[in-house]
Design a protein around this ligand. Structure first.
Ligand SMILES: [Zn+2]
Length: 687
């Protein structure tokens, strides 16, 4: 134990983890020891003779378990970004004990009695608003984790949570297995037909990463999506598509069909133990939306309009097919290919023409530049800081303050796809900003899954990739700009239908003409992107919104439907349930889903987005309306609007009720119209 680097003082700058010395076998003993210490800290809070007050109970609870939080954060970051069979085994072994630890904490009767007594008298305690918010938040965390259940039910509840933790771990590992075990080797020029240089370069790099010659297509989104968009080989597109949407549905030990059913069965039981008819009701109580009706109301505003828009797009694609003599109905593996052709013909937009202007390093610089112009931040590279993989870049985040230059946090960015890293893009933290028990600087990570450049070309992004980079960076700023007193209220630890506001609003800057003019420069010539190309990009922006909106909303509808079932037993065949629902809703055949239940990590790799995939749309109502504040002020960097955005949205964490935070920023509650406008859905009124 004494030589376990996780348990020795972390003496790297900013208390960063000793990444270079960590081995998989360090985690289990460190996690167990950290859990034990956390329980000791809590026993001291619960067992003290003094009557409960805010400091000795609420603030003390918030400040307890720091070691566990730090060790667990390192562990989860590695199992997401740089895992190995050894780490996966630890993850499977520890999922149950970690869930059991949480249940033990939140079902501790003497601790809850102290909190409950304070909560009863909260109006009379003379608390500052943030203190009151913390007390209410922690009290609700206890209640939602089963603190009020009778003892026999608590025992069962803890079992349910333990089994859920094991199953969600398995679900995620199964998806990773299917993603990393499939590849399509392209044999010579006939197999490469239609692929532009950047796709060939990425496919060559993917082959090299696997120790192969030639070109390989993998199920990494950054490779499979361009392949589906450009490959002239319909047969190969079909193979790639089927493998992509078949993740999690392959018979054998990595099949997720029964895993997802078991998760749904347990979630239904979890909801019933709380007295709710279905999991969605239990999940939605603790959100801005509050009820299924509110969620369905928003999805219902968007869905019929999106169907009208996607039908217009489908007709355009079908015409393009006919014009080239391609026979038959458009299939899901055809959609992106023909959409790309229509975009090229109608708007003279070609990804292969656009991408050279979106060099990854320039887009990173663009994000940093926007953060500087909006909030006065500077990102200073620190290549000497310890990181967990050579791809990771470390930055000190500085701000000019009182004539000096203060460090406000550390930012780690891990941009590339590789084996052992899960798909998608996400933000996480190694440490939250807080002042409880001394100032604690945030250490924030961004993960993306971009394709590396090859020998002839640097890493180039599509406009969508650049938007993803800005999205995650927006989450990153939410963590870095956090300015609260307590850990539990810090950064992105907000209600989940608010959490996508800081990320989605930041996406708006990547399409601002003055940002593009400054940063979207051709990687070879250094020439800024021609204004005419920017105009065409804007004109083409709405084409494809029907497709994107329908696919997203369909996934949100499936999520709501499957979590709104009120029967204890889930449908016998989830894939049939999903297909039937989409038929009923009228999803056109050629669109296809790419988040099917069997690999839908948002829903089943954890529980935080279960009955919560709608949150992106919910937050989009807020970000579309919110960004209009800059439009109204006449500049994307209007200082007064930026100041309010920082103070009320990026800095306030969960210290303020989210509806009030938005209203304080915008001067009024949000309206849904800017969202419909932004997606080009206003002119798509259903007949
Ligand atoms: Zn996000």
């Amino acid at each position: 134990m004494s030589d376990n680097p996780l348990l020795l003082p972390w003496d790297a700058p900013y208390g960063l983890p000793p990444f270079g010395r960590l081995r998989p076998e360090h985690f289990e003993p460190a996690l167990r020891d950290a859990m034990r210490r956390h329980r000791e800290e809590l026993a001291a809070i619960a067992g003290q003779a003094a009557a409960p007050d805010f400091d000795n109970t609420v603030a003390a609870f918030d400040g307890a378990g720091r070691l566990l939080a730090r060790v667990a954060a390192v562990f989860y970051n590695l199992t997401s970004s740089a895992t190995s069979p050894e780490l996966q085994a630890v993850q499977r072994a520890m999922a149950g004990p970690m869930a059991a630890h949480d249940s033990a904490v939140y079902m501790d009767a003497s601790l809850f009695a102290r909190l409950d007594a304070l909560h009863e008298r909260r109006a009379a305690l003379g608390l500052a608003p943030e203190q009151r918010r913390l007390l209410e938040r922690i009290h609700l965390d206890f209640v939602r984790a089963g603190a009020r259940l009778e003892p026999a039910r608590q025992t069962r509840y803890a079992q349910v949570m333990e089994e859920l933790a094991q199953l969600t771990t398995r679900f995620a590992q199964n998806v990773l297995h299917d993603e990393s075990s499939w590849q399509l080797a392209l044999q010579g020029e006939p197999d490469l037909a239609g692929l532009p240089g950047f796709v060939r370069a990425a496919a060559r790099q993917a082959a090299a990463d696997r120790g192969l010659d030639g070109h390989v297509i993998t199920l990494s989104r950054s490779l499979v999506v361009p392949f589906l968009s450009f490959s002239e080989r319909r047969d190969l597109r079909e193979r790639a598509w089927r493998a992509w949407i078949g993740r999690g549905e392959n018979p054998g030990e990595h099949d997720n069909r029964e895993v997802a059913r078991a998760i749904l069965r347990l979630r239904n039981e979890q909801a019933r133990l709380h007295g709710h008819a279905c999991f969605a009701d239990h999940a939605l109580v603790d959100t801005m939306a509050g009820t299924r009706d509110a969620v369905q109301g928003l999805l219902g505003e968007v869905w019929p309009r999106a169907l009208v828009a996607v039908e217009r797009e489908r007709q355009a694609l079908q015409e393009a097919m006919a014009a080239e003599g391609a026979a038959g109905e458009i299939e899901p593996w055809d959609w992106r290919y023909w959409a790309e052709k229509v975009r090229r013909d109608r708007y003279a937009i070609d990804d292969a023409e656009v991408k050279p202007y979106f060099r990854l390093e320039n887009m990173v610089a663009a994000a940093f530049d926007c953060a500087e112009r909006l909030f006065g931040l500077r990102f200073v590279p620190r290549d000497d800081l310890p990181v967990y993989h050579p791809d990771v870049r470390a930055y000190e985040v500085r701000e000019r303050r009182d004539g000096g230059d203060a460090v406000i946090g550390v930012f780690l960015q891990d941009n590339f796809a590789r084996a052992g890293k899960r798909s998608g893009a996400w933000m996480s933290s190694l440490r939250w900003q807080s002042r409880n028990g001394g100032a604690q600087l945030p250490v924030i990570l961004n993960n993306n899954n971009f394709a590396k450049g090859g020998a002839d070309e640097p890493a180039l992004l599509s406009l969508d990739d650049a938007r993803t980079l800005f999205h995650e960076f927006g989450h990153g700023l939410h963590g870095l700009l956090s300015d609260v007193t307590y850990d539990r209220l810090s950064g992105t630890r907000v209600l989940r239908d608010f959490v996508e506001l800081p990320s989605q609003i930041f996406e708006h800057w990547i399409t601002e003409p003055e940002v593009l003019q400054r940063h979207a420069r051709h990687w070879r010539s250094g020439e800024p992107i021609p204004p005419v190309l920017v105009q065409r990009l804007h004109a083409a922006r709405r084409f494809g919104q029907g497709y994107e909106t329908v696919r997203y909303t369909a996934s949100a509808l499936v999520d709501m439907a499957v979590h709104s079932l009120q029967t204890p037993e889930p449908p016998a065949d989830l894939c049939a349930f999903e297909a039937e629902l989409l038929r009923e809703k009228g999803l056109p055949h050629g669109v296809g889903l790419n988040h099917r239940l069997v690999h839908f990590q948002h829903l089943f790799a954890g529980s935080s987005y279960a009955a919560g995939y709608y949150v992106y749309l919910w937050a989009e109502v807020l970000d579309a309306d919110g960004y209009d504040a800059f439009v109204e002020a006449g500049s994307p960097f209007a200082p007064e609007v930026a100041r309010r955005l920082r103070r009320h949205i990026y800095a306030s964490g969960n210290s303020v009720e989210p509806g009030a935070a938005f209203a304080a920023f915008r001067g009024r509650p949000p309206t849904v119209r800017p969202l419909l406008e932004k997606r080009g859905l206003l002119e798509s009124e259903p007949a």
